[in-house]
Design a protein around this ligand. Structure first.
Ligand SMILES: [Zn+2]
Length: 307
């Protein structure tokens, strides 16, 4: 009888929307690896929406939901600028073969647009790569921010600043997404990080450091680590191919797609420039220098070193 009631309830809920919420208790599982006991909490979320098949002649039973062996399909949060005004951004992202999950307008209001449901794939990253993963549309949420991008004047590129009220919107939305999908700090990225050969967005004026300091969003290095590595830097190695190869390997270790060939090729320099736009925006000329190297080492120490 009880099962029948649950079934009837499920059918009622699922028929309407094909998704439902279930109260999920926090469960823990212990795993022993090399004498160390790891305890993993499988869920901190009490009410989680789940999706399930609705079948006419069979009961899809949710009593055992959720299994311990699971994680989120969404691993990355990727930020963009549209390089268009708001109405044009909206038209392009809804009526053409590009899209994003969210669009942040450039007005000082309380509005944020969702264009693609989070459980669907938006087409924002294109050919992309991070930490061995490709085609990041499959595994990311994309946020497009209305910003004019860049303009050229006297042969020099100038980028447009982001107003503070717009960054507040980005921060509120990003924080919410990062918490719900447990996205790692070093998986919060710009389009230029995951497609450095093709893309500049969200550009060197996007305030990554502010997002980290004021909202604990994304990755940033520790100043004392940077200073430590700056003191280790040997400028005479800058043109040494073995040193260049190890630096390229470090960029790859942090996540970038780069060939470790011991030469500062055009492609390698674009990776350095993308990294600088994110972590050392005062100068993003794509030339490796003491500070850029020290920041890279400090980030690897913080995010890529297993203790
Ligand atoms: Zn983009």
């Amino acid at each position: 009888m009880l099962q029948k009631n649950i079934f009837a309830l499920l059918v009622l809920v699922l028929l309407a929307s094909c998704s439902a919420t279930k109260r999920i208790q926090v469960k823990t599982v212990e795993k022993t690896i090399r004498d160390t006991v790891y305890i993993k909490e499988i869920s901190k979320v009490e009410d989680r929406v789940y999706q399930a098949a609705v079948l006419k002649n069979y009961n899809v039973n949710a009593d055992s939901l959720p299994s311990i062996g699971q994680d989120y399909r969404v691993k990355f949060l990727i930020l963009h600028y549209t390089a268009l005004d708001y109405p044009t951004s909206m038209r392009v992202l809804t009526k053409q073969a590009v899209s994003s999950h969210y669009l942040i307008n450039d007005k000082n209001d309380k509005e944020i647009d969702i264009l693609v449901s989070e459980d669907a794939r938006a087409w924002h990253a294109g050919v992309s790569f991070w930490s061995g993963r490709t085609n990041l549309n499959d595994s990311s949420i994309g946020i497009e921010i209305v910003n004019q991008g860049s303009t050229e004047y006297d042969g020099k590129k100038y980028f447009f600043a982001y107003p503070d009220y717009q960054i507040k919107k980005v921060a509120a939305l990003a924080k919410n997404i990062i918490e719900r999908y447990e996205i790692a700090p070093d998986y919060v990225l710009g389009h230029s990080d995951v497609a450095p050969q093709r893309k500049n967005d969200p550009g060197p004026l996007f305030p990554w450091e502010k997002l980290y300091r004021d909202y604990q969003i994304g990755a940033w290095y520790e100043e004392y680590d940077k200073q430590f590595y700056e003191a280790q830097f040997l400028p005479e190695l800058l043109n040494d191919s073995i040193f260049i190869k190890t630096v390229q390997e470090d960029f790859a270790r942090y996540g970038y797609e780069i060939e470790a060939n011991g030469e500062w090729t055009k492609k390698s320099k674009r990776v350095v420039s993308a990294f600088q736009m994110h972590f050392r925006p005062a100068n993003y000329d794509g030339v490796l220098d003491r500070e850029t190297w020290a920041i890279l080492k400090a980030l690897i120490k913080k995010y890529k070193t297993k203790i």
